[in-house]
Design a binder for this molecule. Sequence first.
Ligand code: BES
Ligand code: ZN
Length: 637
Amino acid sequence: MKIMRLIILTCFFLCGCQSPIKPSQPEATLETAETMDTLPQRPDVFSFSRHDQVKITHLDLNLKVKFKQQIMDGFVTINYKVIKPQANQLILDTRDLKIKRVESIEAKKTHKLVWRMGQSIEGLGSELIINLPDNHAPIKISYETMPQASGLQWLGAEKTSGKKHPFLFSQSQAVHARSWIPVQDTPSVRVTYNANIQVKAGLKVVMSADNNNQQAIDGIHTFSMQQPIPAYLIAIAIGDLQLQTISEHVTIYAEKEILQAAAYEFASTENMITATEAMYGKYRWGQYDLLILPPSFPFGGMENPKLSHITPTVIAGDRSLDSLIAHELAHSWSGNLVTNALWQDAWLNEGFTSYIEARIIEAIYGTDRMLMESTLIYQSLVEEMSELSEDAQKLINPSKTSDPDDYFSGVAYDKGRFFLEWMEQQVGRPDFDQFLNGYFEQYAFKSITSQDFVAYLEHNLLRQFPHKITEKQVDVWLNQPGLPEFFTPPATQIFTVIDQQVETWLAGDVEAKQINTASWTTQEWLHFLRALPPQLNTEQLHELDHAFQLTQRKNSEIAHDWLKISINNQYQAAYARLIDYLSSIGRVKLIKPLYEALMEHPDLHNLAMNIYIKSRPGYHNIAIKQIDAIVGFKQPE
Ligand code: BES
Ligand code: ZN
């Protein structure tokens, strides 16, 4: 998930255009409408909350799910801690919530509290300001979500595999929890939670929590999450879900049509847990379940604790795309246990996780596969960075933006990963593993900033190895654009051989069908497709397609790369497959580049728009927002 609008946004702000918030002077904008003007600037620009004053600690959710109206209706009871004794208000984030009543609860009696909606900022929602009761008793908020809740996708039965029951899933990261729960929606604040969720009989509910009911009574499903987590990790999904326990810690939840295939595909999960525990200490969350979502899920995966949400597009039939599971599992240490305090520090979550993902893949599948993935990633990173502003190429990214998703570029993921790999190479694996172990121990269940990490690094690694890693080098990694010149990019002989084969084919020395591809894995196919020149003629495309059945490939990544080549060279024989692909998958990473490629060819604008109009109703809000902008779609008034 690498969203890049940073350059456009930066430019947008520099042009002085009207914008919902002005990141160049966030304090000024936020303070003017502020009534609590004695309070300092908000600790997190993407949250209204003043958790430096009053911090929430626990939520009790009671929600009834109404599929017909596409709303959740009920209440949340909030426990909190008053940090500054003089503080007299609790400020929460909301977005498109109908707040009905706010009360305090004491010995089962309720008392009305004074509350009001404060400032609104586009994309971030509205602040809910509640006057605290004198005795600091828990606060009960009765509310309803709205059908357009940005963190929920409601799917009609026709959009599920079974076609009989509707489906609902949440996606709270980065700032969408507030669209279904009034909450301090910042990764700096952690809560435990309990939930009672009422749905009609026949549907199963799962959450990022312990599941207390194999048998729900009266359609009420109960959950509890006893470890404190930030709001972006609160998750729910409801549907006609079946389950299969595949190992000690792992149960797979999915619609029955794909359950078997998922169980086969993700069979390495238990071994991945064991391998990660051996490197970084105990898995602290009990169960590690996987929920396979409908294909409209906008991401590859989401690391909701105890229950990762997973796209079905990685079910390739040969386990070749399961590094996604390694990634989401790795977040159980980097992200869920030690969390970035601010979205600006996204690399602390995603860079560490991408590094651990690679370590897991190496442990399970060996160095060849890890190196192939690393090399593919390196090539994409270089390409992506060439389009980013200098600031956006820095791990400690000083750019301002109104959308926290902008911090999740390849820089946070892959430059972060290469930084950690590089440090590992300098000090050696055993010492680096020990260092990371200590880091997870030290900051478990805490939210930290890049500066906290740097201080820890200086004390616990640089001091021990002053001649192996210098402060200057660390500074180059963190605060300079691009990749350091002292970094050696990953490479693999396996790809060099493929490069040579591409060369001989292009030179006309061999036919495509003579290339020996019999043992190629997904990663080799991807490299092959990426090694082809941008311009190919129809004859060449036919030859490749005929020799390798590329248009018919079921592997979503290989199909993606081939369809992109087909668009760029107007290879019409692949258009039917393109239409089918774009209308059946909603994962942004796979669909966005194809719409972008279509829009680069004026001849294909109509095709793009026609496909989009047909597919848009099946896409998630997160995808719609991005693809609308790419194809220039305007909602009819
Ligand atoms: N936490 C992210 C997904 C995310 C990031 C959602 C930012 C919303 C805002 C997840 O762990 C992730 O990185 N997913 C990647 C997986 C890939 C790098 C293996 C994805 O979805 O592509
Ligand atoms: Zn991630």
